[in-house]
Design a protein around this ligand. Structure first.
Ligand SMILES: Cc1cc2nc3c(=O)[nH]c(=O)nc-3n(C[C@H](O)[C@H](O)[C@H](O)COP(=O)(O)OP(=O)(O)OC[C@H]3O[C@@H](n4cnc5c(N)ncnc54)[C@H](O)[C@@H]3O)c2cc1C
Length: 464
């Protein structure tokens, strides 16, 4: 890429068009004075297409659409989408608070086709800071043609989301025609091939693992299910969904969490897994109902559901299929499981920012664990030589807590970013969002807690 003088400078360039940056693009649209552009490597908007399993719903109410919680009067609300599709009455009578996942996907795609400045099939390869012109440069490739180009922007927002995670011990298992090994993110593309296997193992007990297990179970004949569902977690645990528990997904909690010291935050995030990693109670009930239904006429379904099991290693057998090496931590036992197909419902990890932002590396500030620092306006901490802002969306769980990937906080975060970018309250935000008051307003409390967590590493802050 040859250096060029910027001839057209954007106010904001977005990298990635998942729900997070789509929300920001939708809320930015009425600000006609803002020059924005958004780049996405996929050919069109698609939301986790491999997991749009029939019957699955969002785990947040429809009000957690792209805009409503910041601006219910926006033309890009889910309700306005229904109106445009002439589906308001069916929705009204359906009395559904949790919309089908496929419908959320279609709604977002509808928004994406109406906004200007969205560039699909564009992968952003590198970002640099041009000190002389005081702008960021984005080098991108148009997929399909391979054409490269450069965009200049005073500010950036990185919303590159998460990527499927496979534990180290299972990474070497290539997918073959004889024994499919599939991450749950690609489940629907391989469903028929998985179902053709004599025996199937699902590993992982998050929401995806539960949904895949239920879907496979429903598709197998009663008594000949031949399914294993294994998880390292000590139980097939329900997700925390009590109303006060959900206040962990409010701006109030996010603000509180951001104000805590790094060791305290790390300690908390590890302990809060049941807020975001577990299984929705409705899905657990549906699995139990299905198993129960299959046992009514006597006998047990041919299924094995075992928590507390780690798949330590796996290899392909010469005679076909796979052999899984299993450890049970509580019992201290090991075992082997032959299987014909494997679904890795082993979760997602934030896509690392470092490869994309390597051109900014000398300017970026990191915390003690080497992670990027993010301020309360979702900006990466940069040295003062860089006068533009790099905002991040869904890359800040370590600084902002469990709500970072949550759809219910998208609109609020977008509004915070836009208000900061424009220097105006274009989206006035509520001062209070929870009945719970998180923390005491006591000076010195943070220093005491930080010292304690740094030395102990575990334990709760006990009320005094
Ligand atoms: C199956 C599933 C169901 C979920 N359901 C819920 C739910 O019900 N409620 C809830 O609150 N949360 C849910 N989540 C969590 C979260 O809301 C979603 O993961 C959401 O998609 C996050 O949005 P995002 O925009 O941050 O990232 P993503 O949706 O991951 O989008 C990021 C985009 O960036 C693009 N990209 C990456 N790198 C580049 C690059 N270099 N150049 C150009 N484009 C790039 C990617 O192609 C991708 O399209 C769910 C997650 C999953 C996996």
């Amino acid at each position: 890429m040859t250096p060029s003088r910027p001839h057209r400078v954007l106010d904001l360039a977005g990298i990635g068009i998942g729900p997070a940056n789509l929300s920001l693009a939708a809320l930015a649209q009425p600000r006609t004075d803002l020059r924005t552009a958004w780049y996405e490597q996929r050919p069109a908007f698609h939301w986790h297409p491999g997991l749009l399993i029939e019957g699955t719903t969002l785990q947040v109410p429809f009000l957690a659409d792209l805009v409503t919680l910041a601006d219910p009067t926006s033309p890009w609300t889910f309700l306005n989408y229904l109106r445009a599709r002439q589906r308001l009455y069916p929705f009204y009578f359906a009395e559904r608070f949790h919309t089908p996942r496929a419908e959320y996907d279609a709604y977002c795609r509808w928004v994406s086709t109406h906004l200007e400045g969205l560039h699909f099939d564009h992968r952003v390869d590198a970002v640099h800071w041009d000190r002389e012109a005081a702008v960021f440069t984005l080098d991108h490739t148009r997929l399909g043609t391979g054409a490269t180009a450069r965009t200049h922007a005073r500010n950036l927002v990185v919303g590159i989301g998460t990527a499927p995670h496979v534990p180290g011990a299972l990474r070497g298992l290539a997918h073959t025609s004889t024994a499919p090994v599939v991450h749950s993110a690609d489940y629907l593309d391989h469903r028929e091939r998985l179902l053709a296997a004599d025996h199937i193992t699902v590993v992982g007990s998050g929401q995806s693992g539960a949904e895949v297990f239920l879907d496979l179970l429903r598709a197998r004949p009663a008594g000949r299910e031949r399914l294993h569902w294994l998880t390292r977690s000590p139980a097939f645990a329900p997700m925390e969904y009590s109303k006060l528990g959900l206040e962990h997904f409010t701006p109030d909690y996010t603000r509180y969490f951001h104000g805590l010291g790094e060791p305290v935050r790390d300690h908390l995030t590890a302990r809060q897994w049941q807020l975001y990693k577990a299984i929705d109670a409705g899905t657990l009930a549906a699995i139990h109902d299905e198993l129960y239904r299959r046992s009514i006429t006597g006998g047990w379904p041919d299924t094995t559901l075992t928590p507390g099991v780690t798949v330590r290693a796996a290899h392909r057998r010469t005679e076909g299929g796979l052999l899984l090496h299993l450890d049970h931590a509580e019992q201290g036992t090991t075992s082997h499981l032959p299987t014909g197909a494997l679904v890795l419902a082993t979760g997602y990890r934030e896509r690392p920012l470092a490869p994309l932002l390597s051109g900014l590396a000398p300017h970026l500030r990191h915390d003690a664990a080497g992670r990027h620092q993010v301020d309360d306006r979702y900006r990466l901490a940069l040295d003062p030589a860089v006068t533009g802002s790099v905002y991040v969306q869904n890359a800040e769980r370590h600084t902002h807590g469990v709500g970072a990937p949550d759809l219910g906080l998208l609109a609020h975060r977008s509004a915070v970013i836009l208000n900061h970018l424009t220097g105006r309250d274009c989206y006035p935000l509520p001062e209070r969002t929870a009945f719970t008051t998180f923390g005491l307003n006591t000076t010195g409390a943070r220093a005491v807690a930080e010292r304690r967590f740094a030395t102990e590493g575990t334990g709760q802050i006990s009320p005094r």
